[in-house]
Design a protein around this ligand. Structure first.
Ligand SMILES: Nc1ncnc2c1ncn2[C@@H]1O[C@H](COP(=O)(O)OP(=O)(O)OP(=O)(O)O)[C@@H](O)[C@H]1O
Length: 327
């Protein structure tokens, strides 16, 4: 697997080198337990080490586009929150709305998960903190929180089938991908940055994005758990349903098609391997009391989600073989 990680890291860097954009996106999909999160973090960490050893940061220059104007153009199509509107937790087509906080220059975009899954788009310049050349954006942060699932008409199914595509804040995932894609700015050939160069943010005009994360042990999203910095040059977006052909999910593929600043990767793995991995994780996170119950839950829920991903997703650009026992 060591060679595979190195090859994937080089592949992501090659995409960055050839795209002509300041930022590129890698979409990593696979069935539950296929190792998306593990692979994404390993690839990110390898490139970040290379960046620490070989990278350089450009001193702040003149902004090509003021950040607040860039932010406004990114969020202009999203309607303002209407306090009189009713948010139906089961409406999978619910369009996200925004709330703008002028003092902090923050636009918060929300949908069915409300604050738990909100995305913040922040135009205020960031301080000179440690920059991650590569960052991971987990789709799992958009799990609808348990208090929203409690409002479903069949709340028992909603909780039991948690992890199914209809238990995610899917329209907000689409919004996140749109925002990330809009941040893949084309700097033009003259100003093309070096491979390991990070600009100090001001020049690109790209805003900061704060997005939710998900910890299986906490069982609910952590709002603003990850901050995608303006300086980040590669974002690995990982999640089950990013290439799904149905409902709101299908918009992701449509919005990306024809764009050269991204690539799609899929992890291939057997159901048997995933059954064991996911059952162990269910036990570890306290979702079940025994390993056998974990297997049962995998067979009644996770495997169905995995089969849907296999049957109803668009083909990925790259396939990765998961080697069991080698994370
Ligand atoms: N190659 C591997 N061999 C054995 N165990 C693995 C391997 N890759 C990941 N795991 C383990 O399997 C579990 C699931 O891995 P991970 O969270 O990376 O997968 P995922 O595809 O992101 O899962 P999900 O979509 O269900 O969140 C973790 O406990 C992880 O340590």
């Amino acid at each position: 697997m060591d060679k595979t990680y190195t090859a994937l890291a080089n592949r992501a860097l090659q995409l960055l080198e050839t795209s002509g954009t300041y930022r590129v996106l890698v979409f990593l999909v696979g069935t539950p337990g296929s190792g998306k999160s593990s692979v994404a973090h390993e690839v990110a960490s390898r490139i970040n080490v290379m960046h620490r050893e070989n990278g350089f940061r450009e001193p702040p220059g003149k902004a090509t586009s003021p950040r607040d104007l860039v932010t406004n153009s990114l969020v202009s199509g999203i309607p303002m929150f209407d306090p009189a509107s009713v948010i139906d937790p089961e409406n999978e087509a619910l369009q996200p709305h925004k709330v703008v906080d002028l003092p902090t220059q923050t636009t918060t975009i929300r949908a069915r998960g409300l604050e738990a899954t909100a995305i913040d788009v922040v135009s205020t310049p960031v301080s000179d903190t440690e920059v991650s050349f590569v960052q991971v954006a987990p789709m799992d942060g958009f799990h609808l929180p348990r208090n929203v699932l409690d409002q479903f008409s069949d709340l028992a199914s909603a909780h039991f089938r948690r992890g199914s595509e209809w238990t995610f804040d899917s329209t907000l995932v689409v919004t996140l991908v749109d925002l990330l894609q809009a941040c893949c700015v084309d700097l033009g050939l003259d100003s093309k940055p070096g491979l390991f160069q990070t600009l100090l943010g001001a020049e690109t005009g790209i805003p900061l994005l704060a997005i939710p994360t998900f910890d299986h042990e906490l069982k609910d999203p952590t709002p603003r758990g990850t901050v995608i910095q303006p300086e980040t040059r590669i974002v690995i977006v990982e999640g089950l349903y990013l290439l799904l052909k149905i409902k709101a999910w299908s918009t992701i593929h449509r919005h990306l098609s024809g764009k050269r600043s991204h690539e799609t990767w899929k992890i291939d793995v057997s159901e048997e391997a995933c059954r064991e991995r996911v059952a162990k994780r269910h036990l570890r996170s306290g979702l079940v009391e025994t390993y056998e119950k974990g297997v049962e839950r995998y067979d009644l829920n996770d495997v169905l989600n995995g089969r849907q991903v296999e049957l109803e997703s668009w083909e990925a650009d790259v396939h990765i073989d998961s080697v069991d026992g080698v994370v």
